[in-house]
Design a protein. Structure first.
Length: 328
């Protein structure tokens, strides 16, 4: 259960993904591998490349003539993810990532952005090597959609009237799209039907939505030890996540005043995060956010119905439970 079965099923492929990652972060410019490896070697779960390998395997992908198509696409997905994290910590002014200081704290915002750009370039070169124009289309579209999600989020910042739909559009873009693309390229390189491509995409999309809902609940309800990043980052940035959208509607005038001062005007005092958490708890919106995540998780699982039962499908179902129950 958990992620273990899935990790075991793709272990051989992941070894090759990891060595590909290592070789493709190489550069004569010393700071590039230094910054990249700070993040890459920091014990991430590699969830997205695991999903790529697993969805390829689920669809019976056979590696013809050692081309390593699944491995290179998985490594591309992890590079895209790493690039987004390097950029994300700059955009969010975050100080911690995976239990370490963020790259931007150690090397600066400039280096963080630029090494992210390097990794993005390397990701696209690997996709080209794989030679599937469809996979290249899916992953390059994902890059634009991720950026759109982040810009939508920027536009909604501090706006307490943000709707649930607007919030969902943000997390579909900034997080779920990469999960969807990571899964969809599996059946694509296995040359399976449109229906199977759509099913894998739907699994990834709904899993990604669930994943970000949990992330947003944990930004208030988690601890920095379990998350490996500081709690309260979203609050300090005036980010309007689902726990806030739901709580603001239910808040009385005094509570609304609190949200306007902190989230809209950014006047934040030492004990405000604790107060925010107590208001969210009073209105039950962290539990409700987790319940929504569970709902999207169920939709993700149902999307796998068209695939044959077996160890890979079972492990993908378990991965949903892992993401919904995850502590980090
Ligand atoms: C996670 O949100 C979302 C990450 C997407 C970041 C994408 C950026 C555009 P969170 P945490 C910045 C860059 C796009 C590229 C390179 C294609 O809640 O809590 O901020 O882990 O995540 O900080
Ligand atoms: Mg962030
Ligand atoms: Mg962010
Ligand atoms: Mg977050
Ligand atoms: Mg943040």
């Amino acid at each position: 259960a958990g992620l273990n079965d899935l990790v075991a099923l793709v272990a051989d492929g992941m070894k090759r993904v990891n060595s590909t990652i290592l070789s493709r972060t190489g550069s004569d410019v010393a700071m590039i591998p230094e910054v990249a490896n700070h993040l890459i070697a920091s014990g991430g779960k590699r969830l997205r490349p695991i999903l790529t390998l697993a969805c390829a395997q689920l669809c019976g992908y056979v590696d013809e003539a050692g081309k390593d198509g699944d491995v290179k696409l998985a490594a591309s997905v992890e590079f895209m993810h790493t690039a987004t994290l390097l950029h994300d910590d700059v955009v969010d002014e975050s100080d911690m990532r995976r239990g370490r200081v963020a790259a931007r704290i150690k090397w600066g915002n400039e280096a963080s952005v630029l090494v992210g750009d390097f990794l993005l370039g390397q990701a696209f070169r690997m996709m080209v090597e794989v030679g599937s124009l469809k996979a290249l289309d899916i992953l390059s579209a994902a890059a634009t959609v991720i950026a759109e999600g982040e810009v939508m989020q920027l536009a909604a910042a501090k706006n307490l009237e943000t709707s649930e739909d607007a919030y969902l559009a943000v997390i579909r873009g900034k997080t779920a799209e990469l999960f969807a693309a990571a899964c969809e390229v599996g059946p694509v390189i296995a040359q399976r039907s449109e229906a199977e491509q759509a099913a894998a995409r739907s699994y990834g999309m709904n899993l990604g939505i669930a994943f970000q809902l949990i992330d947003d609940a944990l930004d208030y309800g988690g601890t920095s030890t379990e998350l490996g990043k500081n709690v309260g980052d979203d609050f300090r940035e005036g980010k309007i996540t689902l726990p806030i959208v739901l709580a603001y509607r239910r808040s009385d005038e005094e509570e609304r005043g609190f949200w306007r001062r902190t989230l809209t005007r950014g006047e934040i005092r030492d004990d405000d995060l604790a107060t925010a958490l107590s208001i969210l708890r009073r209105h039950g919106t962290l539990e409700e956010t987790v319940a929504r995540a569970r709902h999207y998780g169920e939709t993700a699982k149902a999307a796998l119905d068209i695939f044959p039962a077996g160890p890979v499908r079972s492990a993908l179902l378990d991965a949903v439970e892992f993401c919904v129950a995850r502590a980090h």
